[in-house]
Design a protein around this ligand. Sequence first.
Ligand SMILES: Cc1cc2nc3c(=O)[nH]c(=O)nc-3n(C[C@H](O)[C@H](O)[C@H](O)COP(=O)(O)O)c2cc1C
Length: 395
Amino acid sequence: MLKGKNILLGVTGGIAAYKACDIASRLIKLGADVHVIMTKAACEFVAPLTFKSLTNNKVHTSLFDPNEQGVPHIDLARRADAILVAPATANFIAKAANGIADDMLTSTILAANDKKIIISPAMNTHMYENQIVQENLEKLRGRGFVVIKSASGRLACGSVGMGKLPEPCDIVERVVQEVAFEKTLSGKKVLITAGPTQEAIDPVRYITNHSTGKMGYALARIAKAKGATVTLITGKTSLPKPIGVDTIEVVSSRDMFREVTERYFDTDIVIKAAAVADFKPKTVNDQKTKKENAKLNIELEKTDDILKYLGSKKAHQVLVGFCMETENLLENAQKKLLGKNLDMICANSLTTPGAGFGVDTNVLTLIEKDGSVTTLPMDTKENLAAVILDKISAM
Ligand SMILES: Cc1cc2nc3c(=O)[nH]c(=O)nc-3n(C[C@H](O)[C@H](O)[C@H](O)COP(=O)(O)O)c2cc1C
């Protein structure tokens, strides 16, 4: 997702500096070319060799290194697509907020005023809550820096409270959101549904399906990274909530119907990737059904067809559905597209290897209302989400 992006990682002298190694590694795995600048204090906590080995690039630790070519702090700033400082110490924050440029990192930051600069403060709670630090952070926000809110928890110094460095995966996600995609969905409100629904039989048992929510969560994540305001309405899954996405958890198809329809008129784009149950038990027992008196048949009735309802009420919205079939994929998908007044349907077959429930990949055929059909090769759900969202942007 960060292929071809040059990310400059600034590491300053806090205990959380060791987590910057994980951050560097994650950025590399996403395809970024990572260059590291360490402050003198950071080198007390982690060896530059660790970053050199992880990034395969020279690690910059001094402004006055006789072995450097050119004017390194200017060159590094010029080449960077974004700068991430994680962890950012109180000292670094104060210097950056006041234009001090007395080492390689702060000099590079000053030379990068046309670049996206993301900082992730980490320090003892008293330091973090100190008015001076908060004023400096406010000043940086005002100058366009992205300041990642520190996490709360037990700190290495023993105190409990704000000031903790967020998890490396969450910091890297913020970098993805800032630099991975053009903001083609900026100003758009996108509603995405994901995961399975559960239809109760009694307080203990329910009917559900194999959906894990991966496709819908990928769509939410990429829509956010493309600049949209995203609401994700999700059935029960084990996936972490996507960062920066308003996530609403539901259980049954009835809950999902309510949450989706409540927001429909204030939404520009709706993508229904949830596997909503088509049937539910006609009656739900109040008490656990005992083995001895159980009837071995469950009478079912149809659930509300959310997509059909949305199609019938469509005004300005772009409405996109998913269908998973085990036979006659295109024929069934076409029928659903027309029958539910959709703008596009994303069809996947459960029988195609690499497609469907649980896996990180999918094989999709996109059918648009004008009849155009795009068959996409197997790809990650994130990459396919980007293609779907590009098609929607073009509509
Ligand atoms: C053991 C130890 C841990 C420290 N942890 C932090 C920290 O988590 N956050 C912070 O802002 N400063 C921390 N400091 C203080 C910084 O190292 C100090 O302010 C230093 O000047 C920062 O330099 P730099 O901003 O150039 O990296 C720590 C100091 C020591 C000795």
